[in-house]
Design a protein around this ligand. Structure first.
Ligand code: F3S
Length: 643
């Protein structure tokens, strides 16, 4: 059988392993991207690895999340990222330049190459035929240092698009429709590969909108072929030389296939509080709205915002509605300014925000209490907008603009003539927001303001680990419980000591002080320890507080990987009821075999307070065991013969 696009890219970039579903491989990484919220930690990790030169063709450090400078903390982080980027040979994108995924699509993404980014919406560049995967910050640091990335080969699901979109139906409606069909778990374990005659009617930015929200389906990535549409987009961005054609073979093999008829899709919306809680707008009762927010890495392209301008031309935003618009890039903002569209938006009563993530990451524009907010973004989890009792609906830019005029959630079909936007002959390129690294970098210093604290590094695994039980908790503890993420703590993403004061703060009293007084120790967890967001701070903060091992009934997959990367042992009870034999402040000793961890053999835990022995298990690959033996991924990666 023939090959699909994903197999073609993986096989031509395979460094280690066999490219069969489920096996562990490493692949060459051509490009990386970071954003500031995860990037500070990534560059601290790169620094801790003692790297002199990065091994990727191109890496970019974007500042788009914490752009507000209400105190010195975010400004310090920006300066740290800028100087670290210069030192290591990384392109720096200044705050105000735009959102990492929109900018990367415009300026750097290349069909057929591999991109690893420390942001879950990195797959956006799959709209241009690039294999683009979101990963933890440390994985991105290692990809820069070594030039490759480890992953388990995912399955590939083919989504065949047939037919063409009706007027007033857009790419956002397509991905909402797919979310309705597959749910937020429907893409787990898959890369989604799009094909079919329907894709020729979708622009690169339409495809990027669809690839972007593959993250909401739980997919590892999403990818489109590289075709004439891709070629035209690259030429208009002044990057015609980056085009390569890329198609699946006629008889390509796929692990699963579904078909979507574009002609049958109508305008959609995702109801609160999940992106897969989707209904056709004409099935939803009329809802009065308070706020409309247009932008984010999902829907902030030139075409998206031009459609909004055409809909708003000569109209006015409803007096009860606040309409905010954040363009995806400085280039888009300049084009809107040059062609008069910006004036139309302002005339209609829109609030124009800087080109950044803005309201999507809760940097301003929290709606009023109990508000209804329509957003063109990708997530509508409870409280994410900054107002706990607000209701967020996810919609297309067309639906958002028509509703902003009407003051109610509106099917855009009732909004007059469908706006047709001509793609310009040439996109504007804002060059001066990018700072390229100098050739001579040996003597460059990295700026570390008082908000930047060193990254905690572990030691090689000892044969005996001793300490007290510092915390005993129940089932389904989330990474949010371990390290809270409310807006007040966002500026401390590079300050692990400050963050550590809040560790387990919402569910346990005084954990930080108990851990400090006892010089670290053990945490006892229930089922599914560490579920939720992938943030690696939930492993790094406990590492900083001296946590040696987590003994739990079971672990959430990504958090377990982050613990291993940090060098904290994730061990499970052989007999789950043994959880009952451990209590707060019990004295424990763990005996580790001198050769390290072996998933075939039990590890013995001595509870010296109760004079009992408890068998524990390590479940992980040989490579995981070697990482733990070295004291975490950083120490392991520094060893010249390891990757
Ligand atoms: Fe930024 Fe929101 Fe995308 S935070 S990267 S615009 S999901």
């Amino acid at each position: 059988m023939g090959k699909n696009i994903v197999s073609k890219i993986i096989e031509s970039n395979l460094v280690f392993g066999e490219a069969s579903v489920g096996s562990e491989i490493s692949i060459r990484v051509h490009q990386t991207l970071t954003q500031d919220s995860t990037g500070t930690m990534t560059y601290l990790q790169l620094e801790a690895m003692g790297v002199e030169n990065i091994q990727t063709e191109l890496s970019v450090a974007y500042v788009d999340h914490n752009t507000l400078q209400t105190g010195f903390e975010n400004a310090d982080d920006h300066e740290f990222i800028k100087t670290a980027a210069a030192k290591y040979g990384i392109i720096f994108s200044k705050p105000g330049n735009g959102i990492c995924h929109q900018l990367h699509l415009e300026r750097f993404a290349k069909p057929g190459q591999v991109l690893i980014g420390s942001d879950s919406h990195t797959p956006t560049c799959g709209g241009l035929g690039m294999l683009s995967i979101g990963a933890g910050g440390l994985d991105v640091a290692v990809a820069m240092a070594k030039g490759y990335y480890y992953l388990k080969v995912p399955k590939v699901m083919n989504i065949e698009l047939i037919g063409s979109l009706q007027p007033w139906v857009s790419a956002k409606d397509v991905i909402l429709y797919i979310l309705k069909r597959l749910s937020v778990k429907g893409g787990v374990g898959f890369i989604l590969e799009y094909s079919g005659e329907g894709i020729q009617h979708l622009s690169v930015t339409d495809r990027a909108t669809i690839a972007n929200m593959g993250a909401e389906l739980g997919a590892t990535s999403s990818i489109f072929p590289s075709d004439e549409v891709t070629k035209n987009f690259l030429a208009k961005q002044g990057r015609g030389q980056d085009y390569v054609p890329l198609y699946a073979d006629q008889d390509a093999f796929y692990d699963e296939k579904i078909q979507v008829n574009l002609s049958e899709i109508s305008p959609m919306c995702a109801l609160p509080h999940s992106p897969d809680h989707v209904k056709a707008i004409d099935e939803v009762d009329e809802i009065k709205i308070d706020q409309v927010a247009i932008g984010s890495c999902t829907n902030s392209s030139y075409t998206d915002l031009m459609k909004v301008a055409k809909i708003l031309e000569g109209k006015k935003v409803h007096p009860e509605v606040s309409l905010v618009i954040a363009p995806g890039s400085s280039s888009i903002l300049k084009m809107l300014s040059d062609n008069g569209a910006l004036g139309i938006l302002i005339d209609a009563g829109a609030r124009i925000l800087e080109a950044a993530c803005g309201p999507c990451i809760g940097m301003g524009q929290a709606p009023k209490s109990k508000a209804v907010s329509l957003r063109t973004f990708n997530r509508n989890f409870e409280g994410r907008c900054g107002t706990k009792d607000a209701s967020v609906y996810l919609v297309s830019p067309e639906t958002a603009a028509c509703s902003a005029i009407a003051g109610v959630l509106k099917d855009p079909g009732s909004c007059g003539d469908h706006p047709v936007v001509e793609i310009p002959e040439r996109y504007h390129i804002s060059k001066h927001y990018f700072i390229y690294p100098p050739k001579e970098r040996k003597d460059l210093k990295v700026f570390m303001g008082p908000n930047i604290k060193p990254f905690p590094v572990n030691y090689p695994l000892k044969s005996v680990l001793a300490g007290k039980v510092l915390l005993k908790i129940g089932d389904n503890v989330t990474t949010d419980d371990i390290v809270p993420s409310h807006a007040g703590l966002l500026p401390y993403r590079s300050n692990i000591p400050e963050l550590s004061k809040y560790c387990f703060g919402t569910i346990a009293k005084d954990f930080h002080n108990i851990a400090k007084e006892n010089n670290g120790g053990f945490i006892i967890g229930g089922e599914n320890y560490g579920q939720g967001s992938s943030r690696e701070h939930a492993a790094l903060v406990p590492l900083y507080l001296g946590i040696k091992a987590i003994l739990a009934k079971s672990f959430a997959r990504i958090h377990k990987a982050n613990l291993i990367n940090a060098g904290i042992l994730p061990l499970t009870f052989v007999h789950k009821d043994d959880y009952l034999l451990l209590d707060l402040l019990d004295d424990l000793r763990l005996l580790i075999h001198p050769d390290g961890l072996d998933s075939q053999k039990n590890i013995l835990l001595y509870n010296d307070t109760k004079d009992i022995t408890i068998p524990l298990q390590f479940t992980g690959s040989e490579r995981d065991a070697a990482i733990l033996k070295a004291g975490g991924y950083l120490n392991y990666a520094k060893q010249s013969n390891h990757d």
